[in-house]
Design a protein around this ligand. Structure first.
Ligand code: IMP
Length: 177
């Protein structure tokens, strides 16, 4: 794969919009009367998060966290660390983590364990996409947008080497291993 790889549409912007609306309806119902803290994992979740929160009629708050994985290329090594953490305590908060894609599950498992130790009142996961064929660790996704095939996903905030985040559709690019 190189930076000239042509993205192919997997889910159109209309399908994405409808799915984000559906997720917002579910989340809005479940968190009614609460003031959830949505934690987005940078950078991949920022477009999804921006659309999602504007459809939620809740007094929610937003935080972002940056993780790094000591891996080579597109493979996650599983050795993950928090590069930029939370600025406020989450103890007693209803925390909803917003992720772009769950692949092996290593990243999100690490983050959920990390957050759980900080004793939130509740901890749930909302993922835009899920690639279950690659899973190494079981992950419960409370709110899921799309199940995707074992392809390299880009667009709607998701990158390949910082490219393609701006695409409004969820796409895939061909990977030559
Ligand atoms: P995991 O730890 O293997 O589950 O990987 C999760 C992270 O790897 C995601 O948050 C993405 O940043 C990245 N990732 C995994 N699969 C893809 C993909 O198909 N396209 C772009 N990024 C991906």
């Amino acid at each position: 794969m190189n930076s000239q790889s042509k993205p192919h549409i997997l889910f159109t912007r209309e399908e994405v919009e409808a799915t984000v609306k559906k997720l917002a309806a579910e989340i809005g119902k479940d968190y009614q009367g609460k003031c959830p803290l949505l934690i987005g994992i940078l950078k991949g979740s920022f477009v999804f998060m921006a659309d999602l929160i504007r459809l939620l009629d809740l007094p929610l708050e937003v935080e972002f966290i940056t993780l790094s994985s000591y891996g080579k290329g597109k493979e996650s090594s599983g050795k993950i660390r928090v590069v930029k953490g939370l600025r406020a305590p989450i103890k007693g908060r209803d925390v909803l983590v917003i992720e772009d894609i769950v692949d092996t599950g290593l990243t999100i498992s690490f983050l959920l364990d990390y957050l759980r130790k900080k004793k939130p009142a509740s901890l749930k996961l909302c993922a835009l996409t899920d690639k279950p064929s690659r899973r190494q660790i079981p992950v419960t996704i409370d709110y899921l947008g799309f199940t995707v095939p074992n392809k390299f996903i880009v667009g709607y905030g998701i990158d390949w080497d910082e490219k393609f985040r701006y695409l409004p559709d969820i796409c895939f690019v061909e990977v030559e291993d």
